[in-house]
Design a protein around this ligand. Structure first.
Ligand code: SF4
Ligand code: SF4
Length: 482
């Protein structure tokens, strides 16, 4: 089975309960953003921009738990910002588990290994020695870190930690292979850390999912290679979503760069072309989206957005109408359901009710539409898909790993290339950023790493411009002082 039976049962029970009660609108997944602070500053990040004035604010723990209780979604995706920075992340996970929720911890993975070391220290017993030795052998943990785990003091042993559970997934944001991913998150080495964290998590028995956003310039072959590589690491499932012309990102692009957003963002037609192989990928890999949503992405059918089914709660309250677009915040989930005119949003039979929705086909708006469809055929294909055999992990080969580590690991990091471009010919040097006559890795939509489809940006081109500008400035300064 693709999704574990106990989890499937919980979700099915939730849908049945609400259908029997004839609840018109109900939550399937809560996107819980306890904070918007992040250790990365991906250019174009929706959250660190939109909530730039409240980056230091946090939702108190009891309020987070009350929000989950209030909307009663069976699944909670803890996102942000970077949720592992939230000081009470462990207590939050424990509290949500006590409520019986399925939990996704959406992370850029930079603190995952630290959190897992804390788990090992708190639960250390000689029976863990095998795991520890394997982690050391695979260089996923340093000898001094292994020693610290073996000799954990009282405080470390008492710490509440994030333990492996069948009810919980690490949900790691990965937007491509090494070069692309590091470019999108604006830091070299992040892809490598994601892979190390995934490998460590699998050794320790955690469930791991990944989330990926596909952009205008994302190469479909690269996405397939990425899935192959992640599958070879025994990742348990993948969420994938198209980026689109998110309002804030468009404004930013016009204001800061004076560029026409149409040059960069995915339209509906482009999305359908990019996702032409999604059903094939669904057979090859454990894709978490429903087959109904996959048909929609592949352009085989229309769906109507059900943004209310994946509500977002953050420091300002319940964000409406959806994870990506903000027209207001409400103090209660029911209040939001009652006060928002949902008929104003989405695309119906190809016609956008709101121009900002025109090109949106994102997971958080449309995957629940697939899951909640009452058409007998849709129910049947959803069930058949979920109950069919889980695709086997893709064989791990040195060639596959070589294709995955195509950036800084082989001396081709994006910063090195930017520097080389600046040094070679200061004005307009053609760098590896312009492979094939276009920007090879330019992402094309606003993002954060909570939504399926992870950290998204309108940023690739902007980032490169900024990196080149900064390096240019540095070069000018050093020439002046010589
Ligand atoms: S996109 Fe995600 S990882 Fe990047 S800065 Fe924003 S919240 Fe952090
Ligand atoms: S169509 Fe997309 S942008 Fe519009 S309300 Fe739905 S999820 Fe939000």
């Amino acid at each position: 089975m693709r999704f574990p039976l106990a989890l499937t049962y919980k979700i099915a029970k939730h849908i049945t309960k609400n259908r029997m009660r004839r609840t018109p609108k109900f939550a399937m997944v809560l996107q819980l953003e306890p904070l918007h602070t992040c250790n990365l500053t991906c250019t174009g990040c929706g959250r660190i921009r939109e909530y730039s004035t409240s980056l230091k604010d946090m939702v108190p723990l009891d309020q987070c738990l009350a929000a989950a209780q209030e909307c009663d979604a069976p699944m909670v995706s803890i996102c942000g910002g970077e949720p592992l920075i939230y000081p009470q992340i462990e207590a939050l996970v424990v509290g949500l588990r006590e409520q019986g929720r399925i939990i996704y911890i959406c992370t850029n993975a930079m603190f995952m290994r630290k959190k897992m070391r804390e788990y090992m220290a708190a639960h250390w017993s000689p029976t863990m020695e095998g795991h520890l030795k394997e982690l050391e052998a695979q260089q996923l943990i340093l000898p001094k870190e292994a020693e610290a785990i073996r000799n954990a003091d009282e405080a470390a042993r008492k710490k509440v930690t994030i333990v492996p559970s069948k009810w919980q997934y690490w949900n790691v944001h990965v937007d491509g292979l090494e070069f692309t991913h590091d470019l999108i998150v604006e830091r070299e080495g992040v892809f490598r850390e994601c892979v190390a964290a995934i490998r460590m998590a699998k050794i320790l028995g955690y469930q791991v999912a990944t989330n990926t956003t596909v952009y205008r310039e994302t190469d479909s072959q690269e996405i397939e290679d990425m899935f192959k590589y992640l599958s070879s690491l025994n990742v348990d499932g993948h969420t994938i979503s198209p980026g689109y012309d998110y309002d804030a990102a468009k404004k930013d692009m016009v204001k800061r760069l004076g560029r026409d957003p149409k040059e960069f963002f995915l339209t509906r037609d482009m999305t359908r072309k990019k996702f032409a192989k999604i059903e094939e990928w669904g057979q090859m890999f454990t894709i978490f989206g429903t087959p109904v949503y996959q048909e929609f992405l592949a352009g085989k059918r229309e769906l109507t957005c059900t943004a209310w089914a994946i509500p977002t709660y953050n420091v300002r309250g319940w964000k409406a109408p959806c994870y990506l677009m903000t027209d207001g915040h409400y103090q209660g989930y029911q209040e939001m359901l009652d006060k928002v005119d949902w008929e104003k949003y989405g695309v119906v039979d190809g016609v956008a009710r709101d121009p900002r929705c025109e090109n949106c086909m994102v997971h958080c708006g449309y995957d629940p539409s697939g899951a909640l469809s009452t058409k007998p055929r849709d129910t049947w294909i959803n069930m058949k898909f979920n109950f069919s055999a889980r695709p086997k992990p893709f064989p791990a080969t040195p060639e596959l790993a070589q294709r995955a580590f195509n950036g800084v690991s082989i001396g081709k990091g994006h910063l090195a290339e930017a520097k080389a471009a600046v040094n070679k010919e200061f004005s307009g040097a053609k760098s590896a950023f312009q492979r094939g006559g276009h920007d090879s890795a330019a992402p094309a939509a606003e993002h954060t790493h909570g939504e399926a489809g992870g950290c998204s940006t309108g940023a690739g081109t902007q980032q490169r411009d900024e990196v080149l500008a900064k390096l240019g400035d540095a070069k000018r300064i050093s020439v002046k002082s010589e």
